[in-house]
Ligand binder design. Structure first.
Ligand code: 13P
Length: 273
């Protein structure tokens, strides 16, 4: 029996169920794409073949391309933003509010990516505030967590992932809000490096994240929350990762810019048994 058995479907507003599980595969295009290359990528994804019914797919699009991609991308892939403002509309020059994203038909937002934690100095508290803004606007959120290589080598994986990144989410959201949150475990040492966490390494951290959710939110939310793996995930390693009991999807950077995102990752997600 997996942790996903007997998932209470009523706790989730977004999730269909295939034996209690629907994978969530996110693409993260990061800061890439001209008008021309983005249109070409959309055409590639549109022509890349069938997405299994047990896989929900969203792609994280640079903000300036969101409006055009939403109008042209196949309808079985939803659009995610890669960040949103910690505030609502108003006198916040340069910001993009969650309400604006929702108004344009964006469904998901990726928050707390390690690149933003490092390059923009985003704290776990800020990520929690942004998550609340996004949920209030009706968006669903992929919250990214994960340790650096130095932190892993110092034996601090749980200290970073659970006691810092996850802890900031504690007590902030209702059950119906948690139903719109996915957690993306992205070990920083695996991002863009070609070094993937082994399925066993990833499973170990995913299981501890689920344990944290069970203890600090509720067993039902722990069971229903999708925990994605991110970090050099691609066609060649997707099946091995996705077959682990606590790996419920992926968050894919480089390989999301190619047809392989669908043909290699989504189509390799094993049918939940
Ligand atoms: P890569 O798949 O390029 O390693 O990036 C992972 C990532 O950061 C997804 O958010």
């Amino acid at each position: 029996l997996s942790l996903h058995d007997a998932l209470p479907i009523s706790t989730s507003t977004t999730m269909a169920s295939f034996n209690g599980k629907q994978y969530l595969v996110g693409g993260n295009w990061k800061c890439n794409g001209t008008k021309e290359s983005t249109a070409a990528l959309v055409a590639t994804l549109n022509g890349a073949g069938v997405i299994p019914a047990w896989v929900e797919v969203a792609v994280g699009v640079p903000s300036i391309h969101i409006a055009s991609v939403i109008g042209t991308l196949r309808k079985d892939i939803s659009v995610a933003a890669q960040d949103c403002s910690a505030t609502g509309n108003g006198a916040y020059t340069g910001e993009l509010s969650a309400a604006m994203l929702a108004d344009f038909g964006v469904k998901w937002v990726i928050l707390g990516h390690s690149e933003r934690r490092v390059n923009q100095g985003e704290t776990s508290a800020l990520v929690a505030t942004k998550t609340k803004q996004a949920l209030d606007a009706g968006l669903s959120v992929m919250v990214c967590v994960g340790e650096s290589l130095a932190e892993r080598e110092a034996g601090r994986v749980n200290a970073v992932v659970l006691d810092d990144h996850m802890a900031a989410l504690k007590g902030k959201f209702s059950d119906s809000e948690w139903a719109r949150i996915a957690i993306a475990y992205e070990p920083v040492w695996a991002i863009g490096t070609g070094v993937t966490a082994s399925p066993e390494q990833a499973q170990e951290v995913h299981a501890s994240i689920r344990g944290w959710l069970s203890k600090n939110v509720s067993p039902a939310i722990a069971k229903a929350t999708r925990i994605q793996y991110g970090g050099s995930m691609k066609g060649a390693n997707a099946a091995g990762l996705l077959s682990k009991p606590d790996i419920d999807g992926g968050l894919i950077g480089g390989a999301s810019l190619k047809a392989e995102f669908i043909t290699g990752v989504c189509q390799n997600a094993p049918e939940p048994k």
